[in-house]
Design a protein around this ligand. Structure first.
Ligand SMILES: Nc1ncnc2c1ncn2[C@@H]1O[C@H](COP(=O)(O)OP(=O)(O)OP(=O)(O)O)[C@@H](O)[C@H]1O
Ligand SMILES: [Mg+2]
Length: 556
């Protein structure tokens, strides 16, 4: 990159090969890329939304309806497209649901901004207008929110059912919602006058096979390991659990060593010595009163045999995350050497049992010292269904947690969006100057949610919006799109409810992302990366994307 000056040498500022894209070019190509991403996920919004099949570089297939998962697996290249991926990830991390909505909303906000820029309205005016509108929108959500009891099962179940309505496994949402509500109610704790629920306390294990209604909530932990030795007990009552992060083996020296043995006696004494060391290890476990030993590393065959003779159950090569969860649940301390194992370090559970699930054996640690530890064992026909079920249960757990922690809900089906848009338009009429146009554009943009829900449900979006708007104007504030039956309905009657937190977060993140992209007027891309650099091909690609929104260049 160089800046030629009359009669002077050009001044080199940027490395050779760096691509620069400035002003409205840069902005337009960013917006285009972001909108392509948004268009791609749009069809999967709502209960009649489509699923996507994604194939990664290794040929692994993921089938999902979850916005965050789709985008994560898509492996997008363009920097602005990557921002969209981040937006949905933030939504997932913060509230766990609404990851498709947030991307669709961001895309629409950008689309409306383009219309305004075409009318020669400066991006900074649009940004100010959007921020103002966002603030108002959040206020409106607070006003229309319905207060509920944080631990009311009925409400929580409705919320969970709505979040599962749009998933592949929606046929089982009634059953799975109960499981999810039970799980969160079990882990919820009172804190600062409200309730807190730690999702990490709900462990999810999945095993293909059986039916989805065989999914169960276990009050304790499920460890995907089997008992190490066939002679060990398969069931231990009132278990004293020892957690060991060291191998129960004779350590090999780091360097080569030689032992010369000349007589059979010497051989025997060598073996005796080795056996004694192993027996000592087992003795330490026994002396600590441990009846179930869970080891993060290996356990020597002979040690297994001795443990079995002492009636001690053991499992080896546990995952670190399992060890941590076990420590939390049973109150055990993970020790890094058998010598350190004492009765005080041992944890407690009512029962530890090995059970056969499908073709595998799993350990169930139930009735833990800490009753807040629970697990969900997800079952279902095939691996891919179980994977999607896990993601859907994650969404359900998240929305239940959202309501337990912030007990306010809204109807779904696009009803709150219509209401926000209507009130925003009123507000816009009072805003001075050109910003008013941006506020009005924001109101139009937010209606993309009901429009898309109607479209995906096979309704005529224009008719649907006309009816929705007129009924809202008459005060029917919870009228929305009945996505399952493809008609307009009162969402309270069909029990479609969502947490306020999900809607509020979507509005915040979408505003933030869209204003951020609007503010960029210079993209400087270094050519360092391998393959087509985002500067050269990527931006060339952006140019190509300039042909949007009609055709969609491949993103994957
Ligand atoms: N029965 C229903 N009728 C109409 N709309 C519904 C129904 N159930 C859910 N919805 C609506 O569907 C939308 C959510 O769709 P979906 O779950 O596909 O996307 P998301 O929540 O934005 O993203 P994701 O679940 O992928 O994180 C919400 O606006 C919700 O109100
Ligand atoms: Mg959802």
């Amino acid at each position: 990159m160089s800046a030629p000056d009359a009669g002077q040498q050009p001044i080199i500022i940027l490395r050779e090969g760096t691509e620069r894209n400035r002003g409205s070019d840069a902005r337009n190509s960013n917006i285009m890329a972001a909108r392509i991403v948004s268009e791609a996920v749009k069809t999967s919004l709502g209960p009649k939304g489509m699923d996507k099949m994604l194939v990664d570089g290794f040929g692994d297939v993921t089938i999902t309806n979850d916005g965050a998962t789709m985008l994560k697996e898509m492996d997008v290249q363009h920097p602005a497209a990557k921002m969209m991926v981040e937006v949905s990830k933030t939504q997932d991390d913060e509230v766990g649901d609404g990851t498709t909505s947030v991307v669709v909303l961001t895309g629409e906000l950008l689309g409306k901004a383009v219309d305004l820029m075409d009318k020669k309205i400066h991006p900074t005016v649009i940004i100010d207008g959007y921020r103002d509108a966002q603030e108002q929108a959040l206020k409106i959500l607070d006003e229309i929110a319905i207060k509920v009891k944080p631990r009311d099962r009925k409400t929580l179940k409705k919320i969970a059912m709505t979040s599962m309505a749009s998933k592949l496994i929606s046929g089982h949402s009634d059953y799975l919602s109960d499981v999810a509500v039970d799980a969160i109610l079990q882990v919820a704790e009172e804190a600062n006058g409200g309730w807190k629920a730690d999702l990490d306390m709900v462990k999810i294990e999945k095993k293909p096979g059986a039916s989805m209604t065989d999914t169960v909530l276990v009050r304790g932990l499920i460890i995907d390991k089997e008992v190490a030795h066939s002679d060990m007990p398969r069931h231990v009552h009132k278990a004293k659990i020892g957690l060991l992060n060291a191998a129960m083996e004779i350590e090999k020296t780091e360097f080569d060593s030689k032992i010369s043995i000349e007589t059979p006696d010497q051989m025997q004494s060598y073996l005796d010595q080795e056996e004694k060391m192993l027996r000592d290890m087992v003795k330490k476990v026994k002396d600590a009163g441990v009846t179930v030993l869970l080891c993060q590393k290996g356990i020597d065959d002979m040690v297994q045999h001795f443990l079995a003779r002492e009636g001690i159950m053991a499992a080896r090569r546990l995952k670190k995350s399992d060890m941590e969860a076990l420590a939390k649940a049973t109150g055990a301390k993970v020790v890094s050497s058998v010598d350190e194992l004492t009765a005080d370090d041992a944890g407690y559970a009512e029962a530890v049992e090995e059970r056969k699930i499908g073709s595998d054996k799993l350990l169930f640690v139930e009735g833990c010292k800490n009753p807040k530890a629970v697990s969900i064992l997800v079952r279902g026909g095939t691996e891919r269904i179980v994977d999607e079920a896990e993601r859907s249960i994650h969404d359900a757990l998240s929305v239940i947690k959202d309501v337990v922690e912030d007990p306010r809900i809204l109807a779904g089906g696009g009803a709150p969006e219509i209401e926000v848009a209507r009130k925003l338009r009123d507000y816009a009429s009072k805003v001075k100057g050109r910003e008013r146009l941006a506020v009005a554009a924001f109101a139009d943009a937010i209606e993309v949610i009901p429009t898309t829900l109607a479209e995906n449900a096979g309704m005529d979006p224009i008719d649907a919006m006309a009816e929705l708007q007129s009924r809202h104007a008459k005060g029917e504030k919870w009228v929305g799109v009945d996505g399952i039956n493809g008609k307009i309905a009162n969402m309270e009657e069909i029990n479609v409810f969502e947490p306020v937190a999900v809607k509020a977060q979507a509005i915040k993140s979408a505003t933030e992302a869209s204003t951020m992209l609007l503010k960029i007027d210079d993209v400087i891309a270094s050519s360092k990366s391998k393959g087509p650099p985002p500067g050269a091909e990527g931006m060339g690609g952006m140019g190509g994307m300039g042909g949007m929104p009609g055709g969609m260049p491949p993103m994957m």
